[in-house]
Design a protein around this ligand. Sequence first.
Ligand code: UGA
Length: 470
Amino acid sequence: MRIAVIGSGYVGLVAAACFAELGHHVICADNDEKKLAALRRGEIPIHEELLPELLERHRNKNLTFTNSVPDAVRASLAIFIAVGTPPGEDGEADLSFVESVSREIAGAIDEYKVIIEKSTVPVYTNEWIKHVMSLNGLSHGEFDVASNPEFLREGTAVTDFLFPDRIVVGADTVRSVDVLREVYRPMTDGSYYSRPNAIPQPDAAKVPPQMIVTSTKSAELIKHASNAFLAMKISFINAVANVCESVGADVEQVKEGMGADSRIGSRFLNPGIGYGGSCFPKDLQAFRLVARDFGCEFRLLDEVMAINEEQRQRFLRKVRRALWTLSGKRVAVLGLAFKGGTDDVRESPAVAIVQSLLQGGCSVIAYDPAAMDRARHLFPNQAITFENSAYDAIAGADAMLVLTEWEEFGALDLDRIKSGLKYPIIVDGRNMFDPEIMRQKDFIYYSIGRPDVVPDKKTRVAAAAQKTRT
Ligand code: UGA
């Protein structure tokens, strides 16, 4: 199958590399010349596991890059649109990139093509793409518009793409469904998974994956509704965590009990400082507004967003409870990425919290395993420094804050942390540590939805005296 992918951002680049991995001939088009040159040299602009391997395997063979959308379109049968749909000023998805790419595609079509929305778009988008096609002189039968939303997560994008829970194909004609069936055949018939050099299968993967064929509109909705539901799950557990704090219960125990019900499931029930990233905040907002445009007030989503915002404020109140005043305090921050396993800091709750700490007069010493380069420019001329390890960041700090769920933070040597900190205070926004261990090690430990660990005064005085002696 000859495939064009328009846009080489997260979704586009991963999709292009994975289609090539499935054995298709893929041309990836982008208008950013610098990026294209880097990709042709094998340099990848994002931190994504397995993507370098796939690019190495297929680059300049069955995966090529171009700045010409018309060339990519003419050479292909399936055209995937994977350009950005950023939030506009009012929160609605800004579809101007989708529109201009659609126009370029329309101008280049010389025989039947299927145009497939891969970016997350509101439910009416396929109608607009069709409209752009006919405005540009194309008639029925020369093209179809389909929706094939992507559910990959940053950090595990390649594995998510090749081992999905489901492949959703929204298409309104048999011809376009057949093209999409062909695109995914190596996955749905299982042949990809029996290749000796296939990407390793994750434990929980169901292969071959199921393909769900729906109308185009339903597929567009599946994407928005899925992201909104996952965000709701996170806000739900965060709200439960707050109740736990009020009544003295432990949210991790509550989560275990709830998650064991297979109808609920334990995934995406981790309490924290709220969801972030380039998808959930923007998609919730856009879904809320598109529903309103069609006369549906989806107020539940307002509450999901409000809880998410409040979660950051609650965390900051916890920091104040731990430190009393912020001004002049030296605070070690572990984690800047919006979640573990990525260098992405877009809409990162960690970044928002650091901004508030800086505004409050703290000096921040930050460490993140991958996101420091991207984060640096977000804090121009501010009282923040970056260190190359967690241990360097905590040296002499008044407290350590954990803001991103990087696995390596959970494996830190707590004795070393304790002797490095000025005071043994940890405010953990991701529940990375066991409160019982923190109690045994005489930390003052605040986490989410669990009772605070505050050793009694006698123990603390003894610990301080011990520290002075050593
Ligand atoms: C999300 C969805 O999970 C993907 O299915 C979807 O394809 C993608 O958006 C998209 O629309 O492109 P992603 O943004 O990479 O993927 O990140 P997630 O792993 O979903 O995490 C989002 C945020 O929720 C992070 O800030 C994370 O820390 C937070 N989170 C996640 C929690 O606070 N608790 C949880 O239990 C899970």
